[in-house]
Design a protein around this ligand. Structure first.
Ligand SMILES: [Zn+2]
Length: 167
């Protein structure tokens, strides 16, 4: 059996040179969700960005919190691209649409009764109707305006989606 070197030493060879947006991509193993992984000094597999965060802060991640990638790149381990969010904030910060989304825009669904596109927001677990619109782009713009005021954690990507062209 070979002696395992400390995690901090093993991690160094898996750090890449920062790219144009400052992401340090993990070149070591990845899990099926695309996060970098590393074995800690107890032999447990942990996500690389979490290991980096713990090492930098010198503490465990507080209960109910998650480490979020500001850049949206899952295997990025750049410390300044990581931030602590509550689970709720992290869910709001998602950078892709939910699987059940059918409009192509966040917060926008087709409302059968009025035959219009409805923009909806969610606050503290409650749905809020922002308005009904004859096309989904206008509904999305209304959602964006609402989200800017009410959802500081929504990712910039979700606020700047391109027009689909079939509105
Ligand atoms: Zn990054």
């Amino acid at each position: 059996m070979t002696a395992t070197r400390p995690m901090t030493v093993r991690m160094q060879k898996w750090l890449s040179i920062p790219d144009e947006q400052g992401c340090i991509r993990w070149s070591g193993p990845h899990n099926k969700n695309g996060y970098g992984t590393v074995r800690d000094d107890m032999g447990r597999t942990t996500q690389a960005h979490l290991a980096v965060y713990r090492l930098a802060s010198g503490a465990e991640i507080p209960r109910g919190f998650e480490v979020d990638h500001v850049c949206g790149i899952r295997d990025c381990v750049a410390l300044d691209h990581l931030r602590l969010l509550t689970r709720q904030q992290n869910a709001e910060h998602r950078t892709s649409l939910e699987a059940r989304n059918t409009s192509g825009y966040p917060g926008v669904t087709f409302h059968k009764a009025t035959r219009k596109w409805r923009a909806q927001g969610k606050r503290l677990g409650k749905c809020i109707t922002i308005g009904h619109f004859s096309n989904r782009w206008d509904a999305y713009q209304a959602w964006v305006a609402w989200a800017r005021d009410n959802k500081p954690y929504v990712s910039p990507k979700m606020l700047n989606l391109p027009k689909r062209g079939d509105e």
